[in-house]
Design a protein around this ligand. Structure first.
Ligand SMILES: [Zn+2]
Length: 341
């Protein structure tokens, strides 16, 4: 794959370098951040290992006069390939670099990339695909769900971390790890308690609301997190937003799109978006029971199979949230689940 239209951009925001490189997806670009802290050089997220992204990344480093050998720590926000993809290469080229990730991200990546788990992943994917049929999908759409969910882990890159992170850990005194589940189960943000800078990965984006979904979480993790409601991801996401808001960040550095200079305003907009979506969903099923797929199509229109799965899972996130609050109810009819309010 070669995307000749890739462009890179280097920006300096206060004392943080942003390396921002185009990608041909809806998020438009992938950014990683470099900054000094207590005499160490820190990289937040590794970027991806696809097409000429890494080539542009290394030439951007050169332009700002930084060698990969100078980088001491690389934090990974979550397990998606555009955040962890280049980690194995970075580690290979600079074995002294310390790779840090949340224990859920570490265990998920390790599990997903172990050959012997492929059949379990396929079994879980089939289970989810069958559920999607009850939510309105037809057979061929559900087949696509299986290939999508079992293909995804094959794109992952696993690199054993040097430091395994937990919520609340403080690295080099002031860099606080904030566990922010929602977009991904093991997602973290990194908060500099001195400068109030917040590195957020995909937790908060400037122009779109991040996708909320978990998909396949290895069973040993669901067992370990017994008290965590895996059906109500949206509530975890909203809680994670509130937590971030309370920290009072000064600048938000996201992995895609634009830097956010008014964090509280952007957080409020995202919360407002979900509030409106929840109200819309309740309204369209008032006195009329519909399948989640019908509800999803009312909002997102007709989409291709992959995007209609993402749209459906987003809609389910909202439905489960409302159901949890007792605001909507479900019934089963002809082996389809319908929701009404
Ligand atoms: Zn991303």
């Amino acid at each position: 794959m070669y995307f000749s239209s890739f462009n890179s951009e280097i920006n300096k925001i206060e004392d943080v370098h942003q390396i921002k490189i185009d990608v041909p997806w809806s998020v438009k670009n992938v950014s990683v951040y470099l900054f000094d802290h207590k005499g160490s050089k820190i990289l937040f997220d590794s970027g991806l290992n696809m097409a000429n992204w890494s080539k542009l990344f290394f030439s951007a480093l050169k332009k700002i006069n930084i060698s990969l050998q100078d980088i001491d720590y690389c934090f990974i926000s979550h397990n998606h390939t555009d955040h962890v993809g280049l980690a194995p290469t970075l580690k290979k080229r600079n074995p002294d670099l310390k790779l840090l990730m949340h224990h859920i991200t570490y265990e998920t990546l390790k599990w997903e990339t172990e050959q012997e788990n492929l059949s379990e992943i396929e079994r879980e994917a089939t289970k989810i695909a069958n559920q999607m049929i009850t939510y309105g999908f037809n057979e061929s759409q559900s087949e696509r769900v299986i290939s999508f969910l079992s293909y995804w882990p094959k794109l992952r890159q696993y690199q054993k971390p040097d430091i395994i992170l937990h919520d609340g850990d403080k690295i080099l005194n002031d860099l606080e790890v904030i566990w922010t589940p929602g977009h991904s189960f093991g997602h973290i943000c990194l908060f500099n308690t001195k400068t109030k800078y917040l590195f957020v990965g995909d937790h908060i984006l400037s122009r779109i609301t991040p996708h909320i979904g978990n998909y396949i979480v290895p069973r040993f993790l669901t067992e370990q997190y017994e008290g965590y409601d895996f059906n109500n991801i949206l509530s975890h996401y909203l809680d994670s937003l509130d937590r971030i808001d309370k920290l009072g960040p000064k600048i938000i550095f996201p992995a895609h799109q634009e830097i956010i200079y008014d964090p509280h305003k952007r957080i409020s907009e995202i919360k407002e978006h979900h509030k409106n979506r929840l109200a819309d969903i309740s309204r369209v099923i008032k006195d009329k029971a519909r399948t989640p797929l019908e509800i999803s199509q009312l909002h997102f229109g007709e989409l291709d199979d992959t995007n209609s799965f993402l749209a459906l899972s987003e809609t389910l996130g909202h439905l489960f949230f409302l159901e949890n609050q007792g605001l909507v109810h479900s019934i089963e009819k002809n082996r389809k689940i319908l929701y009404y309010s």
